[in-house]
Write a protein that binds this ligand. Structure first.
Ligand code: 5GP
Ligand code: MN
Length: 327
């Protein structure tokens, strides 16, 4: 099945469906929230009965965007019946949290741009050439006949802007700029999105950042940099995992660093590993090898265990892979 055929199948299935359940991934980022909202709001314009949901708390800085209130939690939903379950920006069933329970019961569609996608839906439109899943939603909405207004354009742009690192990463190609320009022509405001996400920090986050920098280590002649925060660190600075969003990019910003790793113990014994690379090292392979996924330049995994042991293990396998590439 080609991606183009799968796209047409999906348009047909959505046209026929009345009640649609749109689900994003745990630890949601800007692209995920944008994709859930853009698809959900688009489908509402077509008079579909829509539920939008994510099995995770939405990071508080997104609450400036009033539309995020449309996204329900697992607990909010008391009727899981639907003609279609559409999953966006998620590469494997574990990424949708408890909503994965409904995968075998409901007809499911996966829309994603991760090369590591496991094709876990009944229908899967997966295209890693897109910088953001939100670009796929823009195309889907237009094929369905959704008319864009200012609000829809604005939430749709958020995913494109955040997943390209505010138009800085290698995935910010011509199509990204064309899609962004189209959404801006409908009234989206890239400056407002950037301000909401980048210039909205609490003072405690700076203290947490300083703790992360204190613990920073450099290996492989400066090619690998990593740091981590334990549950105690978060508690000390009255912070949670959402406060360390962006820390891994800070690590990557160090001159000559190719691979950056940031490891967070977001709950006692529950650990999230974020990988980033600058030019050539494929971090998605490492992430997959420890049960996660992602893109060549940005990947992650969620593990259980002792934080120090996980840090040692993750650094060990990354160092070995990096040294192997350099041979
Ligand atoms: P981040 O480091 O910002 O959490 O995630 C970077 C990329 O890796 C994103 O594209 C995200 O979807 C993917 N990713 C992060 N954590 C996980 C995980 O636990 N499992 C999988 N499969 N992918 C992840
Ligand atoms: Mn994405």
């Amino acid at each position: 099945m080609t991606a183009a055929n799968e796209f047409l199948n999906i348009v047909g299935l959505i046209n026929e469906a009345k009640k649609i359940f749109v689900v994003g991934h745990i630890m949601p980022d800007g692209d995920d929230i944008s994709s859930v909202l853009s698809l959900g709001m688009g489908l509402q314009k077509l008079d579909k009965e829509v539920s939008m949901a994510i099995d995770w708390k939405i990071p508080s800085y997104f609450s400036e965007l009033e539309e995020v209130n449309l996204i329900k939690t697992y607990e909010d939903i008391n009727n899981f019946e639907a003609d279609l379950l559409i999953i966006v920006d998620a590469s494997s069933p574990d990424r949708i949290g408890r909503f994965s329970e409904h995968l075998n019961r409901l007809k499911s569609i996966v829309i994603d741009h991760h090369a590591t996608n496991l094709y876990f839906g009944n229908y899967n439109w997966v295209d890693p050439t897109f910088g953001a899943a939100a670009q796929m939603i823009l195309r889907l909405n237009k094929a369905l006949g959704v008319k864009y207004d200012e609000k829809l354009a604005h939430v749709n742009l958020m995913g494109i802007e955040t997943d390209t690192g505010f138009f800085r990463y290698s995935n910010a190609d011509e199509r990204v700029f064309r899609d962004a320009a189209e959404l801006i022509s409908y009234g989206a405001r890239p400056d407002k999105i950037a301000k909401m996400i980048l210039e909205n920090k609490r003072l405690e986050q700076f203290q947490l950042l300083s703790r992360m920098i204190e613990k920073l280590k450099i290996e492989c002649d400066g090619l690998l940099a990593y740091s981590y925060l334990s549950q105690e660190d978060y508690e000390t600075y009255n912070c949670t995992e959402e406060d360390s969003g962006g820390f891994v990019s800070e690590i990557r910003s160090i001159k000559n660093v190719e691979v950056a790793i940031f490891i967070s113990e977001f709950e006692k014994g529950e650990i999230h590993v974020s990988f980033r690379s600058k030019d050539w090292f494929d971090v998605s392979k490492i992430a997959v090898s420890i049960g996660g996924g992602g893109h060549p330049r940005a990947a992650g995994a969620t593990l259980k265990g002792d934080i120090e042991e996980v840090v040692n293990e993750v650094v060990k396998i990354t160092k070995a892979a990096l040294e192997d590439e350099l041979k």
